[in-house]
Design a protein around this ligand. Structure first.
Ligand SMILES: *Cc1c(COP(=O)(O)O)cnc(C)c1O
Length: 396
């Protein structure tokens, strides 16, 4: 579709949408790449619908901007990318059910092994395959989640390295506290992984790639970069924590936006929304915004969050309901039907709560806010400020 047609589709579509600035995203990828040692690969983590940004367009944009590989959490996420025609290497980071191994092999997904039963299933599935299957052995170095403890990891890696149908592509671990300032556990975890790497090297077994860094570790320093880094939250332009700022020039790709659908006056004593949790003490101009908890704008944000209308803060009044929320129109702002509302994220200069701030209001983080943006929120992809693609499940 041409840009004018997309702009027209956007005008006729739902007011609530997530705008994704592909230029910001590509800039983030390039900035990270520029900070890596030559030869270190960037794996763009596209799991959870690319942290809510929409997986196929972000996967394409990541590869185009120079990311070397992609990572997802589930076989289904890998299938979605393959169906979209993406043929880049895709690593499934998470534990999968042994029953999923044949499908993963069919899709040429690389798998992360942390248990014997999964390696058994992969060996069986790979036996009939024509191509070598790339596998990564995950070492549990202290996160105590997925991965094999070091001794088992050595055994799994040996088996993978000697199976003619498999290729031991990676040895990996995942950090528990890499985004915390003053943390020493990350250094300990790294040492455990490198010990496993050494043990195998002494037997002549070398993986193609050793990788450990999530965003927290990749921003922390080159000693964690190894052969590849797995960049998630940072590629979307959000720091993993306040202790680990982004590199200069990196910026959030996603802005959650809507438009006013009704403006009305509250008289003193009026209450707003279910449960009557907000009561006007004076006359207030209010605006209805068509976004609710079914869009991922969480109900706990009731009476806590704010949006931006006319460049000013517009506090949320009363309960956020399933499909709508009400805000106070800021003094001096002429809000009317169709007035633009910035709900969250985007350029900090816009004044909307960042995904971190939104998360902080309700005791969670940017990751959960982003991945909570529902499928029914259309995603508009922009380059040079123009919409170049719209993904709207209602049009599929
Ligand atoms: C999600 C994930 C990442 C990316 O983490 P960020 O903090 O978003 O950079 C890296 N590695 C693994 C194993 C993951 O599950």
């Amino acid at each position: 579709m041409t840009e004018p047609m997309l702009a027209e589709q956007a005008r006729r579509g739902r007011a609530t949408r997530a705008e994704i600035d592909l230029d910001a995203f590509a800039g983030n990828i390039r900035t990270i790449l520029a900070g890596l040692r030559p030869g270190t690969a960037l794996m763009a983590v596209i799991k959870a619908n690319a942290y809510g940004h929409g997986a196929p367009p972000m996967a394409r944009a990541a590869i185009e901007a120079g990311a070397n590989r992609l990572a997802v959490a589930t076989v289904g996420e890998g299938r979605q990318l393959r169906r979209a025609g993406i043929d880049a290497p895709i690593l499934v980071l998470g534990a999968i059910d042994p029953g999923e191994a044949p499908e993963a092999v069919r899709l040429s997904l690389e798998l992360t092994i942390g248990t014997e039963p999964l390696l058994d299933a992969i060996e069986q599935a790979a036996a009939n395959a024509s191509d070598l299957l790339a596998v990564h052995v995950k070492v549990d170095t202290g996160l105590r989640r997925y991965g094999a403890e070091p001794a088992l990891a050595v055994e799994l890696a040996r088996r993978a390295a000697t199976n003619p149908k498999l290729r031991l592509d990676g040895l990996a671990t995942h950090f528990a506290t890499s985004e915390d300032d003053g943390d020493t556990f990350t250094v300990e975890q790294r040492a455990v992984l490198l010990h496993v790497v050494d043990t195998l090297a002494r037997e002549g077994i070398a993986p193609v790639s050793v990788h450990m860094a999530n965003s927290g570790a990749l921003l922390r320093g080159p000693e964690f970069h190894a052969d590849a880094v797995r960049g998630g939250i940072a590629i979307y332009g959000i720091a993993p924590s306040a202790d680990r700022p982004l590199l200069a020039g990196m910026r959030p790709a996603l802005t959650l936006r809507s438009r006013v659908q009704r403006v009305f006056d509250l008289a003193p004593g009026d209450t707003v929304g279910y449960g009557r949790t907000f009561r006007a003490e004076q006359s207030i101009r209010a605006a209805l915004v068509p976004i609710g908890y079914a869009d991922g704008y969480r109900r706990q944000l009731s009476n806590r969050a704010w949006m931006v209308v006319g460049g000013e803060r517009a506090p949320v009044l009363g309960r956020v309901s399933m499909d709508q929320a009400v805000v106070a129109v800021p003094a001096g702002v002429d809000a009317r039907l169709g007035t633009e509302v910035i709900v969250a994220g985007g350029d900090p200069a816009l004044g909307a709560p960042s995904m971190d701030e939104l998360g902080d209001l309700i005791g969670t983080n940017s990751y959960e806010m982003l991945t909570g943006i529902a499928a029914r929120v259309p995603r508009h992809y922009l380059r040079n400020g123009e919409i170049v693609e719209i993904v709207d499940f209602a049009n599929e």
